[in-house]
Design a protein around this ligand. Sequence first.
Ligand code: FES
Length: 567
Amino acid sequence: MPNHSERGLSRQTAGYGDRDFSLYLRRSFARSMGYSKAILDRPVIGIVDTASGYNNCHRTVPDLVEAVKRGVLAAGGLPLSFPTISLSEPSLYPTSMHYRNLAALDTEAMLSAQPMDAAVLIGGCDKTVPAQLMAAASADLPVIGLVTGPMLATSFEGERLAACTDCRRYWAAYRAGRVSKERIAEIEGRLATTAGTCGVMGTASTMACLTETLGFLPPGTASIPAVHAERLAAAEAAGALAMQLVDAPVRPSDLITPHSVENALIVLLALGGSTNALIHLTAIAGRRSIPVDLHHLNELSHQTPVLVDLKPTGDGYMEDFHAAGGLPALLYELRDLLHLDAIDVTGTSLADRLAEPPPFVDRRFIRSPANPISPLGGLVALFGTLAPRGAILKRSAATPALFEREARAVVFDGLEDLARRIDDPSLEVTPDDFLVLKNAGPRSVAGMPEAGYLPIPQKLARAGVKDMVRISDCRMSGTAFGTIVLHTTPEAAAGGPLALVETGDRIRLSVAERRLDLLLDETTLGRRRALWRAPPLPPRGWDRLVAEQVLQADAGCDLGFLKPAPA
Ligand code: FES
């Protein structure tokens, strides 16, 4: 744990057995970098630098680091940037989720081991921000978050495009034969034309909004586009704010509280935000021993309207949300539902922040509770014999006509089986069947990828079928849409009931009753359970550690040994 009693470079001395010598050595090596004696006496602000040649969403991080440094230097501090693991959504095998906890472990260790009085965490792409908040929650060092910000949408032949709802829309049309090979190749270069995170209310945008709701971001900065000058100004302000934390620390333990976590859940529901954010918020809160109860999520979802009209739930892009008033405007609309005693990193309460209405709100993108997109929240948890500990449906991006059904299961044993058979013309499947994917949860070798958006079998897609009920133990991209049941817990690889489902079984879905049931008698279930075998453990390394330690979705998929010890 950090030694909070020292300041600047005097903190966290290396263990040479002689503290004065350790400091002498540290300072002399720091002098080798050209620092003056005087500047080495300043408070130190660490800057987590997640630039990476693999991470498109973090292309602007070098500029942001420079702007943060400017803010720190102007406020009298010494900024020291350092690299941590950077996770790019499309660049990682088997999936970035498999490495979120590694990034959290890395970041926590470096925040705790290196001398710094406060830190600025620069994240953006889906898993980086949750990993940083998990790390900060455990290290409990004062930190400011800074997100890279969303990309801008592109105008192209009369329509607007941005990653990645439009990627999925075009790909589905291509699979259905409505878009040619040449056209899909042309679109490839039009989907992400500026720096920044995905331009819709996907996981990165949702997590940016939740991070601001939890109080970690400079207020009003969650949705500033990556390429706006305002983004660099926010970075400079983050550096200056970090310096304020040196003498007036606001720690993650002050920000992550039962009230702020509930506020974040309410904002998630009102955004029509990403299902992934639920897992991440659960993991972040779990680092402070705050449970996120899915039954309580349903209660909140019943009273929280969807107010934000952005893809994939609605029509707009993140730049529209920002111009419409952004998160401060949304928080104002939700003020009657929120705990107003929650504070932000400046120490200001929500009550004070929301004392005055925002100067402008564009109602096309941020509705009032009197005129919501939907009177009910975007997410709903389902429970039943197929999901004893819960499963999640993003009802705001689903097809209501599919919500109350009993149907035949068409089961895929894992990702390879899915890839091999989904487009097989001889696959026996109708639009009324439920597609079921198992062995893709957090403990599986697949690592809980964003494969829950199972493709519609090509022969059905070509016949015009646009949505079917799909059930799995994996996740879905925050930019995706459809009647998709995710995070089925316990997962198949942990021996959950999903492991026992076979093609031809009947499954009943009732969103109204919050139920997901496998309609099988106990004798059949018992017979199948007796034959089930756990998958073999990976032989070594990170994969082995994950398989042994990863918790289920209802515990945020954290690693068991990283959770706080019971008090
Ligand atoms: Fe990084 Fe979407 S790929 S936010």
